[in-house]
Design a protein around this ligand. Structure first.
Ligand code: SF4
Length: 291
């Protein structure tokens, strides 16, 4: 891409040089913060040998409570060429991981397409697109056939919350269109004989303290727009306040309560949604990768 960058819904129109960065904070080069097997994703993604994660630096959403702020906001990472990234993905594959998991890839969509076109024929494990859900349908369409598993967040329904925490008042509308496009591409979830996902859509939702009612709206919305057996819901309770103490949002300065988690989980169960629930022990920074 030689012109200005409009590849995500921010539509910054910058040229993404070190002197002129867009909202995602990254020039046109690909920056990688970590590349390693990871065992703490959902069971059909991590399996027993781990998910082959590639954590990209920068982010086009930059939530105020982000647990990976050192890479998403501070943009810690190393620039790699496309050829180097191909080699990193092939090396991960040789380690026996169950899939290649591209974490926070949205602002690199254009740069990653030629990488995926090159490595996809050489590997026989799924490619996972692990995103914030804040991405353009026009960009996602270009990934058709290159991505096997979509693993987006659906963070908020409330425009007030998405504006306050992510500077994205249109988040719910954008994420709705994104998950519908993802479902159109990959269809019903399929698994191998060991229960590992081969193809499909897992939608993650992190419940935030003080935002229980919006979380219930998210769950109801997902049940409205997608067939209940057409996706898996990953209901996350791993929120830890350490990363949001600098913000003026007092509700984000505490842990989630059992009541907040169970009321959202009960709503998901009432709606007949299937998926993955996290235990209380997940709410600790020990599951945050060391970048
Ligand atoms: S990818 Fe980055 S520079 Fe491009 S439109 Fe999105 S936030 Fe702006």
């Amino acid at each position: 891409m030689n012109g200005s960058c409009n590849q995500c819904p921010r539509q910054c129109g910058t040229h993404r040089t070190s002197d002129s960065l867009g909202f995602c904070g990254i020039p046109m080069d690909i920056y990688v913060a970590r590349c390693a097997p990871h065992l703490w994703e959902e069971p059909p993604i991590s399996g027993t040998r781990g998910s082959g994660t590639v954590f990209f630096s920068g982010c086009n959403l930059r939530c105020v409570f982000c647990q990976n702020a050192v890479i998403s906001r501070d943009c810690k990472g190393t620039p790699v060429t496309r050829e180097e990234l191909c080699s990193m993905i092939l090396a991960l594959t040789e380690q026996g991981v169950h899939n290649i998991n591209l974490v926070t890839p949205t602002h690199y969509t254009e740069q990653l397409i030629p990488v995926l076109e090159k490595v996809k024929p050489k590997i026989n494990i799924p490619i996972v697109w692990n995103s914030s859900g804040y991405e353009a349908v026009s960009a996602l369409r270009r990934l058709e056939g290159l991505v096997d598993i979509y693993l987006p967040d659906f963070k908020y329904m409330s425009s007030d919350l998405s504006a306050s925490y992510s500077k994205a008042p249109d988040y719910a509308q954008v994420a709705t269109e994104a998950v519908l496009e993802m479902y159109r591409q990959v269809g019903m979830p399929t698994f191998d004989e060991k229960g590992l996902m081969k193809k499909g859509l897992i939608v993650r939702h992190l419940i935030l303290p003080g935002c229980r009612k919006d979380s219930m709206e998210v769950v109801r919305h997902l049940a409205d727009i997608l067939p209940s057996d057409g996706f898996k819901l990953s209901l996350m309770r791993q929120y830890t306040p350490e990363f949001a103490l600098h913000t003026p949002f007092k509700n984000l300065h505490r842990q989630l309560t059992d009541f907040e988690y169970s009321s959202v989980m009960d709503e998901a169960l009432r709606l007949g949604l299937d998926g993955y629930m996290q235990g209380k022990e997940s709410a600790t920074t020990k599951f945050t990768p060391d970048f």
